[in-house]
Ligand binder design. Structure first.
Ligand code: 5GP
Ligand code: MN
Length: 340
């Protein structure tokens, strides 16, 4: 049983904590960046200094968020990241629950003797930290940060910058408030964040209506040429080779959301998106039915995630990886029925 992070004791601990380090998962998305920056702004408001470490770079559509110039990318400046790690009294891990998600920064964090606190909404956390605030029913880590601040009774300290970051986490992890994870509480939190005066139209425009022409063309190509429906399996997938990505001057984040188009096809209840990256295949899986794609991701693709949204990677060729996905789809996503 993992030790639970209790907001009341955390509040006490923070009173005597001059400096914290906030880490997030590699390939950080809107929730990883938004929740981390939201917590950073809140800590600033209560007089706790924080540094922010991302294992690697994050998409351009998040590079306008207030405070993001403070984020140290460990793959670009490992020395600086290690220095911040040494100087911190506490380490927060946001929006992930397995240390491998820290990429090359994993080793240093694991080796550090500083207390480690996980705040996350993924299932099955692994045992690497000291305290866990985990809620796999939460829509986003940003929602959990809001709830934490609420338990501190300090929502009045949420300023426009903090609200902007948390709202970005909410809007990205809920597919613009349309996923089943959206509850009345999520809408209440969104409403309270809006009440700070933050600009939700700007957030939407920056995050979703900010495509480069190359990105738009890549999407068009993927949809018209690379979307395959697996007959009688209720499944579809999109795949892109490194060469195809290169042709469209791929930048990180350009394929974000593509998998949802495959899922939007009538009769499709599981969708996959596969692309070649640095000699391996990275993949995203989505479900809108009973299939729990995190189980497929962890059994077949060294990954994990949520029931409806998961991801992983494969060291096999793109062709073999797709063959595996097709096989499990044809087996009705029943891992026991899959032909060996
Ligand atoms: P995405 O498809 O948007 O990259 O990821 C969807 C979800 O799957 C994320 O919330 C993330 O937690 C999980 N996920 C994506 N890639 C990996 C991975 O390589 N390993 C694990 N354990 N989870 C992943
Ligand atoms: Mn998240």
């Amino acid at each position: 049983m993992l030790n639970k992070l209790d907001p009341f004791s955390l509040r006490e601990i923070l009173k005597s904590t001059p400096r914290v380090l906030i880490t997030m998962h590699k390939g950080p998305d809107g929730d990883a960046i938004g929740s981390s920056l939201g917590l950073y702004h809140f800590f600033k408001a209560i007089g706790v200094g924080a540094s922010l470490i991302a294992p690697d770079s994050y998409p351009k559509f998040l590079k306008w968020l207030p405070g993001c110039d403070q984020i140290i990318e460990a793959d670009k400046d490992l020395a600086k990241a290690n220095k911040e790690l040494k100087e911190a009294d506490l380490i927060f891990s946001l929006d992930f629950n397995h240390p491998s998600r820290l990429g090359d920064f994993e080793e240093a964090v694991i080796a550090s003797e500083k207390p480690k606190y996980v705040i996350d909404h993924h299932q099955d956390p692994s045992d690497f930290a000291d305290l866990y605030y985990v809620d796999s029913d939460a829509s986003s880590t940003a929602e959990m940060i809001y709830r934490l601040i609420e338990e501190f009774d300090q929502t009045d300290l949420i300023d426009i910058d903090c609200a902007t970051c948390l709202y970005t986490g909410l809007v990205t992890d809920t597919g613009s408030f349309r996923f089943s994870s959206v509850t009345p509480q999520v809408m209440r939190i969104a409403s309270e964040l809006m009440s700070t005066g933050m600009d939700h139209v700007k957030i939407y425009n920056e995050v979703f209506d900010n495509s480069t022409l190359d990105r738009l063309k890549l999407r068009g190509y993927a949809l018209s040429k690379k979307t395959i429906v697996i007959e009688n399996a209720g499944a579809a997938y999109i795949s892109l080779t490194e060469k195809e990505l290169h042709h469209f001057n791929y930048q990180r984040g350009d394929t974000e959301g593509l998998v949802n188009y495959a899922l939007s096809i009538e009769g499709v209840h599981v969708a996959g998106f596969f692309y070649e990256k640095d000699g391996f295949v990275k993949l995203s899986l989505r479900s809108k039915g009973n299939v729990e794609v995190n189980k497929i991701a962890s059994a077949l693709f060294h990954g994990g995630g949520h029931k409806m949204a998961a991801g992983g990677r494969s060291d096999e060729s793109l062709k073999n990886t797709l063959a595996k996905f097709i096989a499990v789809a044809k087996a009705g996503f029943d891992l026991n029925q899959m032909e060996k």
